[in-house]
Design a protein around this ligand. Structure first.
Ligand code: THU
Length: 309
């Protein structure tokens, strides 16, 4: 992908080369066959604030803004709508102009610090987020957000970068290692799990059986209970490993995972195979904390304690 840089603030070359790699990976993962280009302004908070106010009517600075030039059919992204790309062909650049991106470098630095990773990683993440918008992804509806998030991960992982520094392959390997600690003399079915928290920590677990059989604890719940008992309650991904068959979590584990991470990504691995799903796919029409709060009427007029006043 051709990146047309507009550097309105001093920027180190190392950002630019990682961002170029990320942009090339985006085109590759999306399966775009045409030559593409994006115009990028790297700037400060004052300028991004001004652009946000002028073009979007939002009176504040932000981390990244995207202005797509291609309009895609409803529900489709660039890879599935290659013919739409021709409309944005630019003679001068001899490529399809996907649009413009504006990235705030002060936000890159502060967010990198907040997430505890390098500024280069954050810059690559924001660029990929912006390019995904230019390729037709959005995050308004839950399903779209998941699709966009999965694509961002796929692109970043292909260049060895993730927001928290943990790749799917690393997490799968941790789950395989944890399987080695399985105590499963009764079933002979070892399971290992590796649960990744939103702040980048990994909690592993294995299945622990018992002569009473009924007291068996699954690998996934071992990992969740370890994390929660150490004060960590927000998770992005779980990897589960076993042998002989895909170790999709049992119903009880799905319910326990749903308590803390309704949008969790679930990766499974067995005998060299890998598969992936989301918790909403594995536990549709789920019942969780959200339902209980809504049923109790919290935050809505007429909830019991208010009507008694
Ligand atoms: N098992 C898990 O660890 N996770 C699951 O989600 C399904 C089942 C374990 C429990 C038991 O030790 C063995 O697999 C056979 O049921």
């Amino acid at each position: 992908m051709i990146l047309q840089w507009d550097l309105h603030t001093t920027t180190d070359d190392r950002y630019l080369s990682l961002m170029q790699q990320a942009a090339d990976a985006a085109v590759q993962e999306e399966g775009i066959r045409k030559k593409t280009a994006v115009h990028i302004i790297l700037t400060d908070d004052d300028e991004i604030h001004e652009i946000n106010r002028t073009y979007r009517g939002v009176d504040r600075a932000t981390d990244v803004l995207s202005f797509p030039l291609v309009s895609y059919p409803e529900g489709k992204t660039a890879g599935q709508a290659q013919s739409c790309l021709s409309e944005a062909y630019d003679d001068e650049v001899d490529a399809v102009m996907l649009g413009d991106l504006v990235i705030s470098m002060p936000h890159v630095l502060s967010q990198a610090q907040e997430y505890g990773h390098s500024p280069e990683r954050e810059a690559a993440y924001l660029l990929v987020h912006g390019i995904c918008h230019l390729m037709g992804y959005d995050h308004i509806e839950d399903d779209d957000r998941r699709r966009m998030r999965a694509m961002e991960e796929k692109i970043l992982e292909s260049i060895g970068v993730t927001r928290d520094g943990v790749t799917d392959s690393m997490l799968l390997e941790k789950a395989r290692e944890a399987m080695g600690y399985s105590y499963s003399p009764y079933s002979g079915f070892p399971v290992g799990a590796a649960l990744l928290s939103q702040d980048g920590k990994i909690f592993t677990g294995c299945n622990i059986e018992n002569a009473s059989l009924g007291l068996t604890n699954c690998a996934e719940r071992t990992a969740v209970f370890k994390a929660v008992s150490e004060g960590v309650k927000e998770f992005s991904t779980i990897a589960i490993a076993s042998r002989g068959t895909a170790p999709w979590p049992c119903g009880a584990c799905r319910q326990v995972l749903n308590e803390f991470a309704p949008d969790l990504r679930v990766l499974v691995t067995w005998d060299g195979n890998v598969d992936e799903a989301t918790l909403p796919q594995l536990l549709p029409h789920s019942f969780g904390p959200k339902q209980l709060v809504d049923e109790a009427g919290a935050g809505r007029p007429g909830k019991p304690e208010e009507s008694e006043k």
